[in-house]
Design a binder for this molecule. Structure first.
Ligand code: ADP
Ligand code: MG
Length: 783
């Protein structure tokens, strides 16, 4: 029997899922696979694991003694939901625990285990029947991440095998529960390759309050400025209630927060009040809208707010209001007294994105100060996996940043594009959790109708898949083409993945003449060893191959560094990240920088920070004499640990503390895997890492060359002497390179240690990323 904290016991009864408890348990007990579908916030994630636990799942000696697993696509979600459920059920860790790539709190006593889908996939490689579990809940299946899709495919088979064992009397069954927010579940329910008989669907009726959707009359290209404007208007003219703003990424979010803070932050409001008191003005009064008992509908947001524009059609199933084209003049300068000058409710502004440290992310769940309005500026993290309380207004930019990957060239890009209609509906829904709400869309209904896809593309169609292919092979799924994917990947993507794995030695090469075999290569011993590591196959190969010269601790640090990703805060210091002119950050905040002096001081400060940034970059580039971005990462890991891994080190040297911490955890974890599987070829993990010797550096360079032979770029005038102009080079800026498999010129990314030096003839690169043009990143000179 569970002892929920009293506050939880009361409030959970209000969650829609609780009314479905009986039906849910019956369905789950009678079926090996069930699908639960319900609006975000209906209580799926926090309540279903507890219901199963109370029904005996996870209790030793019961019919279902195995653990309850709950998978999440994101690490943050796995950790925060574990924490929440542990608190709600009063089952402290390790009874309710989490396991993610960098961290785990599990123990033999664990009953409910929150994991990322990647972690469970890796467990499947060593225990294909998942014998330690009685039920697996695949949560947030609508997100259609690569891991989730593969997991559902594998589990559909595992469930069958366990069922057979059960019928034969040699084991207990395993149940699979797929949980999803939006209704795109047909890929799971009507896919007969996946589930020959469609699994039963438990639909949780939404107890959602009505949300009035307002389209913009026109679609402003500068949605960041538009978002700021909209929030200000909501804040000054509409009744109380939190505002949730959806943007695409960290930089935009920080910018919007900064702009709002400068004008509406508590500090600024107080400064203004003091200034106006000192000037002898009357004490400012708050506008009635917020204090009075007014409904948003009653407030005329704009001068022409009640006028419905011609291009607005009301048949979207939702109440469509024309958006207001307000006067924006009152935004400029402080000289004109306006409504907003007299308004004295501060904003409580919180950013929310995945790179934000965990404790800062959790701030959105805390009550905002009573006298302030909560403003959360978020990426689509806030779309389905985190439910922020007390949001009444949503401002939706309509955009999302997506990682795209071109299968034939391998070029990646992060593109800001229109979100899907499903996402737009999700975002709007966030406003109706606690009462009727409003969603302001920063785009027109015509754009919505004509340019928004119904659903986002599953990740498997836009990501490299060699990692999951290797994992499947390590589970002895040889014929990946026949695998029951919810959405099958492109054939060419499969073939590419297999040929890379053959090339790395992880798969047996196809026998000549046997065409089919090209897609069913068997895993080699080397491949099996590679699959043990929670990193990309190319990196795993470096680990398995990197045993000579006492190099392994360095190889581990490099692999950990590359897997976690660039720790440098270049973007924050230099401004525009991908501009190879490395031009001055065109301060988009100028419109708000009202005091000239402050502006100048800020410029000076930026200059100083840029210089400090470049100085510290130069110091790290010294390892390997400025010939490798990878050695720069190694150098920063070494320096960070040498100084005891402190936050002040990170601040001083412009690196992300979270990234550095993750690197250390991943180093520890890889070291443990190496020792467990290959014996004492590395010493037990110690954070400290002395600089490598010349001999070791040389060995490391050879290892990198071996790992990246297919990722070599050649300077264009060397590759095509005819194209040489004979011009002298001053730096890498604008110098074209050619890379295998890429049909266009590529360029050295300005973040590289090589960028300001003379362009080398041959370079190894980790990836090609397209921004304004295709850039090669994370480079090492080959000589
Ligand atoms: P679903 O999975 O169906 O989207 P959840 O179970 O995540 O729904 O959320 C149910 C309720 O629990 C929501 O009202 C949400 O705000 C609340 N909740 C979830 N996580 C936390 C947390 N860490 N702290 C406080 N409240 C939370
Ligand atoms: Mg959920």
């Amino acid at each position: 029997p569970l002892q929920r904290p009293p506050a939880v016991a009361a409030s959970r009864l209000l969650l829609p899922i609780v009314a479905e408890e009986q039906q849910l348990l019956e369905t789950v007990l009678l079926n090996t696979v069930s699908v639960v579908c319900g609006e975000t916030g209906s209580g799926k994630t926090t309540q279903v694991p507890g219901m199963l636990y109370e029904a005996g799942f996870g209790s030793p000696g019961s019919d279902n003694p195995g653990m309850i697993a709950v998978t999440q696509p994101r690490r943050v979600a796995a950790m925060s939901t574990a924490q929440r459920v542990s608190y709600e059920l009063a089952l402290p860790p390790p009874l309710v625990a989490h396991a993610v790539r960098y961290d785990q709190t599990t123990a033999p006593e664990t009953r409910i285990k929150f994991v990322t889908d990647g972690v469970l996939l890796r467990e499947l490689a060593s225990d294909f029947l998942l014998e330690r579990y009685s039920v697996v809940i695949v949560d947030e299946a609508h997100e259609r991440t690569l891991g989730t899709d593969v997991l559902v495919g594998v589990l559909s088979r595992v469930v069958k095998l366990r069922e057979r064992r059960f019928v034969e009397g040699t084991g207990k069954p395993l149940r699979l529960i797929i949980m999803s927010a939006t209704l795109r579940i047909s890929d799971f329910t009507s896919n007969t390759v996946l589930f020959p008989t469609p699994p039963p669907l438990i639909h949780v009726p939404a107890r959602q309050h009505p949300v009035t959707v307002h389209f913009s009359r026109r679609t402003a290209p500068d949605y960041v400025a538009e978002a700021v404007r909209k929030v200000e208007r909501i804040h000054t003219r509409l009744p109380g209630g939190g505002v949730l703003v959806f943007l695409t990424g960290q930089r935009e979010i920080e910018l919007v927060c900064k702009r709002l803070e400068r004008r509406w932050g508590r500090k600024e409001m107080e400064r203004r009040r003091r200034a106006s008191l000192a000037a002898g003005d009357d004490a400012p009064v708050a506008v009635s809208a917020r204090l009075g008992d007014v409904e948003a509908e009653e407030v005329d947001l704009g001068e022409r707010g009640d006028e419905i524009a011609a291009d607005e059609d009301g048949d979207l199933g939702e109440d469509v209001n024309s958006d207001d084209e307000y006067n924006v003049e009152d935004e400029e300068g402080d000289e004109k007294p306006s409504e907003t000058d007299a308004f004295d409710v501060p904003m409580h502004i919180l950013p929310l994105y995945s790179l934000l440290p965990g404790d800062k992310q959790m701030r959105v769940f805390q009550d905002p100060p009573a006298d302030a309005r909560l403003i959360v500026v978020a990426t689509n993290v806030a779309e389905t996996s985190l439910t922020i309380p007390a949001i009444r207004y949503v401002v939706d930019s309509g955009r999302a940043k997506e990682r795209k990957y071109d299968i034939s060239s391998g070029i990646q890009s992060y593109q800001v594009s229109w979100e899907s209609k499903a996402s737009a509906a999700q975002r709007a829904g966030r406003a109706g959790r606690t009462g009727p709400g409003h969603c302001y869309r920063l785009y027109s209904s015509a754009v919505f109708e004509n340019h928004f896809e119904p659903f986002a593309q599953p990740e498997i169609l836009r990501m490299p898949i060699e990692g999951v292919v290797l994992q499947m092979k390590s589970m002895n799924i040889d014929a990946v083409v026949n695998f029951p994917f919810p959405t099958p990947p492109d054939r060419m993507a499969l073939r590419k993945a297999e040929s890379l794995l053959v090339h790395l030695g992880a798969l047996e090469p196809p026998s000549p003449g046997n065409k089919d075999n090209a897609l069913s290569g068997r895993i080699t011993e080397l491949g099996k060893a590679m699959a043990l590591f929670p990193v990309a196959p190319r990196f795993a190969k470096m680990l398995v191959a990197g045993k000579q010269h006492g190099c392994l601790p360095y190889v581990i640090a490099i692999v950990a560094g590359l897997s976690v990703g660039d720790p440098f805060l270049r973007e924050d210091v230099i401004g525009q990240k991908d501009d190879d002119g490395a031009r001055e950050d065109e301060d988009m905040d100028d419109e708000l920088a009202n005091i000239k002096n402050e502006d100048l001081r800020a410029k000076e400060e930026r200059k100083r920070r840029r210089k400090a940034f470049f100085d510290s970059q130069a110091a790290y580039a010294a390892l390997g004499n400025g010939t490798s971005d990878i050695f720069r990462i190694l150098a920063v890991v070494g320096a960070y640990e040498y100084e005891g891994g402190t936050a002040s080190f990170c601040a001083k040297h412009f690196v992300r503390p979270k990234a550095m911490e993750e690197m250390r955890k991943l180093r520890a974890q890889i070291t443990a895997i190496v020792r467990a599987n290959f014996g004492d070829i590395v010493p037990p993990f110690a954070p400290r890492l002395d600089p490598p010797s010349e001999v070791q550096l040389k060995a490391l360079r050879q290892l990198l060359t071996a790992g990246f032979v297919d990722h070599v770029a050649v300077r264009k005038d060397v590759a095509y002497p005819a194209s040489a102009t004979g011009a002298k080079y001053a730096s890498c800026r604008g110098v074209a390179y050619r890379a295998l498999g890429v049909d266009e010129d590529v360029f050295v990314h300005p973040s590289s240690v090589l960028f300001h030096g003379l362009p080398p003839e041959y370079l190894l690169f980790l990836e090609v990323v397209r921004t304004s043009k295709p850039y090669i990143k994370t480079l090492t000179v080959v000589n």
